[in-house]
Design a protein around this ligand. Structure first.
Ligand SMILES: Cc1cc2nc3c(=O)[nH]c(=O)nc-3n(C[C@H](O)[C@H](O)[C@H](O)COP(=O)(O)O)c2cc1C
Length: 189
């Protein structure tokens, strides 16, 4: 199974990206292939000026088409997901997330905006035709330390993230089984 992680923070180091680093390690321990992407992989001018022929964008879209699942992270900015992430999502084809299991994760300064994933990001993922959007994982800044090198999560956050990753993995397996039953493609993991 192939999973893409997409880090939606315009900053580095980044707490929300650290969640993806931890998630990638966990998934790889289960034998799942993970390809990490972040906004620094794209020319910022291509995103700002909506250049649909951006070379990095075309590679990303191609890899997305082959992926079974996506984990997407964002910092909360002004009660929503980051504008920088939106510049990328705006350039994706309408069906970019079709047949994909999507797990959204976010970090914010306080729990005041923990529902931003639900009211802001999920409708966009839905517009991109995600097959299944799982319950998101939200973290307060204080729950992530050493995010510039070897990220450490609080025990409570780690438990929530791992539990969501188990749900994510089960959904991927279910989908692979469904595809096998439908078209005879054997699941790879
Ligand atoms: C421009 C800006 C706007 C922010 N707005 C919010 C906000 O509305 N609500 C919130 O909880 N945190 C807000 N924060 C805090 C960030 O969401 C938080 O520090 C987050 O973990 C940063 O993630 P990153 O390190 O991945 O960039 C804001 C931070 C910045 C820089």
């Amino acid at each position: 199974m192939n999973v893409i992680t997409l880090a939606g923070s315009p900053r580095f180091p980044s707490r929300s990206t650290a969640l993806l680093t931890v998630a990638q390690r966990w998934l790889e321990r289960q034998g799942i292939n993970v390809t990490p992407w972040n906004l620094f992989n794209f020319n910022p001018e291509d995103l700002l000026y909506a250049r649909f022929d951006s070379p990095a964008l075309l590679v990303f879209i191609g890899q997305l088409a082959e992926a079974d699942g996506v984990i997407i992270s964002t910092p909360i900015y002004k009660a929503s997901f980051s504008g920088a992430l939106k510049t990328l999502l705006d350039l994706l084809p309408e069906h970019a997330f079709e047949h994909k299991i999507v797990l959204p994760v976010a970090t914010g300064g306080s729990i005041g905006h923990m529902l931003a994933l639900d009211y802001a990001l999920k409708p966009v993922l839905n517009a991109l035709k995600a097959q299944e959007i799982l319950h998101g994982v939200f973290s307060e800044d204080s729950q992530i330390t050493h995010y510039d090198r070897d990220p450490q999560l609080s025990a409570a956050l780690e438990g929530r993230l791992y539990s969501s990753l188990e749900t994510f993995t089960r959904a991927l397996e279910k989908q692979a089984q469904f595809q096998f039953n439908a078209v005879g493609i054997a699941p790879t993991v």
